[in-house]
Each structure stands twice: as structure tokens, then as C-alpha cells.
Design a protein around this ligand. Structure first.
Ligand code: NDP
Length: 277
């Protein structure tokens, strides 16, 4: 029997998730179908319950429904609790189990695909919204020497530091205060790239040999990656690897097997990577 999965979003037509999961299913020999479902902004919960009642086994959740999915789940994993957002739902009997695979996806892209060490390194995370919150726990678990969160509205960064209460290595900062500091890894978790904007970074933040990582992806390099490339970053990466890795982690949650990602990532790059989850 074919198992049914989907991604809920608004908008969602551009989503690459159906393609990614079709590739994973073929690779693992699993009989499943994965659709993109447009949920109306005021009836996300209804859409989820309808899909589950019709026999759906699980769903991914993307913008703007991750917080609503968190509220809707009647059981949540520890990493979803920490992120306060859910991107992966599993339906079992009457239970809706909420998980969050974004942080694990980023970490796997950084460490396995890009060979970037985290332990003992100086990290800079730009942004203090949902994406930053979702990756903070997994990054801290790797024991960086320092993790600075810089945000335009610095109070939001301070709130995250208080909430995650990791110790001296976790700090909040304004962009201006970054002047004179440099980092081995700079992650752009702001939505600035969506509008073609650049966070107001001082020039010296990219240490020699550093990796600049933008969670956003598209056919063109983002302003952040262009700036990083001309201000000392040795390596540049966009968020397509994170997208594929969070999908692989969701597949593992649902199907009990972790698919290989390299060929799928290469396929997406070949066919142009504009769009979103
Ligand atoms: P939120 O709306 O929750 O947060 C947006 C953040 O960006 C805030 O910290 C905001 O600062 C900051 N920001 C927005 N515009 C600017 C600007 N011009 N200059 C500086 N800072 C700015 O968004 P999310 O956290 O949900 O998403 C962030 C990004 O991550 C998106 O581009 C999204 O596509 C990407 N993403 C990618 C994933 C992947 O799999 N590759 C997964 C999840 C997210 P302030 O607080 O001051 O408003």
C-alpha cells in the first residue's frame, strides 16, 4: 500500500520537497507519495486533520505555519520543544507528533557535507528569528568556543541568550559591536536575503579560512555571500544542503532509514535551485 506524506505551506507551489522525497523513496525502495498542499492561512489545523484522517502518515511544515504546527502537536520531541517550532509531523493513531529537523539538517550539512568543524571554533549567528532559534541548540551541543548572536533588534538576541543559558560562550551583540571581532563560521539566519538586503556587517568578521553560510538559497549568490566572498571568507555555501539534509532527517523519522543525500543535492543543483522548501 502506498503511504502518503506532504508539505503544508503558503505559498508552497515552488517547494522542492516533493522532488527530494520522491528521490529518497526511489533510492530506498519505499512505496510512498509526497504532495505539496497549499493551506489557507486561517485553516492550517483543519488541513492537517483532514490529511491525517484520510490516512496521511506524516507532513512537513513550512512558512508560515511552523509555530502553529508546534501548538497543534499533542506530543513533541525535545528538539522541537527547544526550537518552539515544528517542521515535521507524524500521525499515529490519534496522536500528532511534532519534531524539528532544521537544526540537525544544518549541522549535518556543515559537518558532513562541508567538513566544517564546530567544536572549539568561533561562530557568528546572524538573526534571532525562528530559523536562528531552531539551530541554536544543535550548534551549542557541538561546544563551540564562542557563539555570538547578532541581531538588528538586539533584545531578541539577548532573549535567546537568556533562554538557552549556555554559559559565557553564548553572547548577544549588535552589528556595530562586531567590529574588531572575527569568526571561523558566519551563518546568515536572517531573512534579509529574501529582499536582496545585506545585514550591516563590519568588514572584518570573516577570519582567514572562514566559511560563510547563508540559510537562504536561489540561483544567484545572495548579497551576504557576495559580501563574504569579497571580505575574506575562504568558502561560501547556501542553504540548499540544509534543505536536503532536513528532509533526509524527516525521512529517517518517518521511515526508519536515512537516505543518501549527495546525489539528490547534486541533482537539485544541476536543475537550478531557485525556490524554497
Ligand atoms: P523570521 O522572520 O523569524 O526572522 C527574521 C530575522 O531576520 C530576524 O532576526 C530579523 O531581525 C532579521 N532581519 C530581517 N531583515 C533584516 C535586514 N534587512 N537586516 C538585518 N536583519 C534582518 O525568519 P526565519 O527565522 O523563519 O527565516 C530566516 C531565513 O532562514 C529565511 O531566509 C528562510 O528562508 C531561511 N530558512 C532556510 C531553511 C533551509 O532549509 N535552508 C530552513 C529555515 C529557514 P529583527 O529581529 O531585527 O527583525
Amino acid at each position: 500500500m502506498t503511504d502518503h506524506y506532504c508539505v503544508f505551506g503558503n505559498p508552497v507551489a515552488h517547494s522542492k520537497s516533493p522532488r527530494i522525497h520522491a528521490e529518497f523513496a526511489a533510492q530506498c525502495g519505499h512505496d510512498l507519495q509526497y504532495a505539496a498542499i497549499l493551506a489557507a492561512r486561517d485553516s492550517f489545523a483543519d488541513s492537517v486533520h483532514r490529511f491525517a484522517a484520510a490516512g496521511g502518515r506524516g507532513a512537513n511544515v513550512t512558512v508560515p505555519f511552523k509555530e502553529e504546527a508546534y501548538a497543534l502537536a499533542n506530543r513533541r520531541t525535545a528538539r522541537a520543544e527547544r526550537a518552539r517550532a515544528v517542521n515535521t509531523l507524524s500521525f499515529a493513531d490519534d496522536m500528532v507528533i511534532g519534531d524539528n529537523t532544521d537544526g540537525a539538517g544544518l549541522l549535518r550539512d556543515l559537518t558532513s557535507n562541508l567538513g566544517q568543524p564546530i567544536a572549539g571554533q568561533r561562530l557568528l549567528l546572524l538573526g534571532a528569528g525562528g530559523a536562528a532559534r531552531g539551530v541554536l541548540g544543535p550548534l551549542l551541543e557541538q561546544k563551540p568556543a564562542v557563539l555570538v548572536i547578532a541581531n538588528r533588534t538586539v533584545d531578541r538576541a539577548r532573549d535567546l541568550v537568556r533562554e538557552f543559558a549556555a554559559g559565557d560562550e553564548l553572547r548577544a551583540s549588535t552589528y556595530a559591536e562586531l567590529s574588531g571581532q572575527s569568526f571561523a563560521l558566519v551563518i546568515n539566519a536572517t531573512s534579509a536575503s529574501l529582499r536582496g538586503d545585506l545585514p550591516p556587517l563590519p568588514a572584518g568578521v570573516f577570519a582567514a579560512g572562514s566559511l560563510a553560510y547563508d540559510m537562504m538559497y536561489g540561483e544567484q549568490a545572495t548579497p551576504f555571500l557576495r559580501f563574504a566572498g569579497s571580505h575574506g571568507a575562504a568558502r561560501l555555501a547556501d542553504g540548499l544542503g540544509m534543505l536536503v539534509e532536513q528532509a533526509a532527517e524527516a525521512f529517517l523519522v518517518w521511515r526508519g532509514v536515512r537516505p543518501q543525500t549527495a546525489a539528490v543535492l547534486a541533482l537539485l543543483r544541476q536543475s537550478g535551485n531557485a525556490g524554497g522548501r
